[in-house]
Design a binder for this molecule. Structure first.
Ligand code: NAP
Length: 291
């Protein structure tokens, strides 16, 4: 395998994933970037490649499609690249009463937040275990620690990510692969998030982070093999307080903080439904589609 190291980052077209990609490139890692088709992904790959003088390839796939994930991992294996960092960041969020949520959207949320993260980790793991050192950084959420009325499915998917990451970390203890789970509170990514954080006033300001700040912190700690990464002292206190609070009271308190304006924390991407089975384009080396 080549000595050059690569990072795989899902959901890299915008928000936290884009910032993670920039931070990985700043550290000299080449990039495999994944997101849905027809987004900013090609521009992000091109920009980071030129700015940090790294190679970047982008895969425009729907992560809900397991075959597309398998194709991607097969490509990584066949291309004999060395992946040192896997960041499972892609995720779908949003707030609405469960009874009013679109059932297809709920299924997509579970498919991407849980299914894709699990499938990609499983398929890439043999490759990662062959390295002397490799890191998996799973992006959960502070919400994963609390039952959250108004975003019950989202919080439950993130609870899965936390539980799965901690268990896998222990299973891999005797290997060179470390697993870290990132649990941010609000991250200033898009307009809906800014609105939701503004509604929270003081708490929104104290608990939120900017994506680049978060990415630097998280990747640094993943390389230091931290288990749970909760950015900010207030968020760490909230997590501990949550664990000491009776569940019934905790659920009420969390529910009281969540705005139930539909879409307050994100929306399903319309391109997901139309995503072709797989589309590969290469930002810097002209690899043809459908390799
Ligand atoms: N923002 C926050 O306040 C916050 C707080 C805590 C945790 N998080 C978590 O952090 C992660 C990133 O959040 P974000 O706010 O940066 O999200 P975002 O801006 O909505 O970006 C989500 C990313 O995931 C990709 N994605 C979504 N569905 C996909 C699919 N089916 N196939 C392939 N890619 C898909 C999107 O690709 P397209 O661009 O192609 O749509 C995009 O790149 C998520 O896991 C989220 O739950 C966010």
């Amino acid at each position: 395998m080549s000595e050059e190291k690569w990072a795989v980052i899902t959901g890299a077209s915008q928000g936290i994933g884009r910032a993670m990609a920039a931070e990985a490139a700043r550290r000299g890692l080449n990039l495999f970037l994944i997101a849905l088709p027809d987004t900013e992904l090609p521009a992000v790959a091109d920009e980071l490649s030129r700015l940090y003088d790294v190679e970047s390839e982008f895969w425009e796939i729907d992560l809900a499609n397991r075959a597309a994930i398998a194709d991607f991992v097969e490509y990584v294996r066949a291309s004999r690249r060395t992946v040192e960092l896997l960041i499972n960041n892609a995720g779908i969020g949003g707030t609405a009463p469960f009874a009013e949520q679109n059932p297809e959207r709920i299924a997509s949320m579970i498919d991407v937040n849980v299914g894709a993260l699990t499938a990609l980790t499983r398929l890439l793991l043999p490759h990662l275990m062959r390295q002397n050192e490799a890191h998996i950084l799973n992006v959960a959420s502070l919400a994963g620690w609390f039952p959250s009325p108004g975003m019950g499915v989202y919080a439950a998917t993130k609870a899965y990510v936390i539980s799965f990451s901690l268990a896998l970390r222990d299973e891999l203890q005797s290997t060179g692969v470390s697993v870290s789970v990132l649990c941010p509170s609000g991250v200033v990514t898009k307009e809906e998030v800014v609105r939701a954080l503004a509604l929270q006033g003081f708490w929104g300001r104290r608990t939120s982070r900017y994506p680049d700040q978060l990415a630097r912190h998280a990747i640094q700690r993943a390389y230091r093999r931290h288990r749970i990464i909760v950015p900010g002292i207030v968020n760490r206190l909230l997590r501990v307080a949550g664990r000491l609070t009776p569940l019934r009271l905790l659920t009420k308190l969390v529910g009281g903080r969540i705005s139930l304006k539909p879409g307050a924390l994100g929306h399903a991407h319309p391109a997901a439904a139309e995503a072709p089975q797989r589309r590969l384009r290469h930002a810097t080396m002209g690899v043809p589609e459908n390799v």
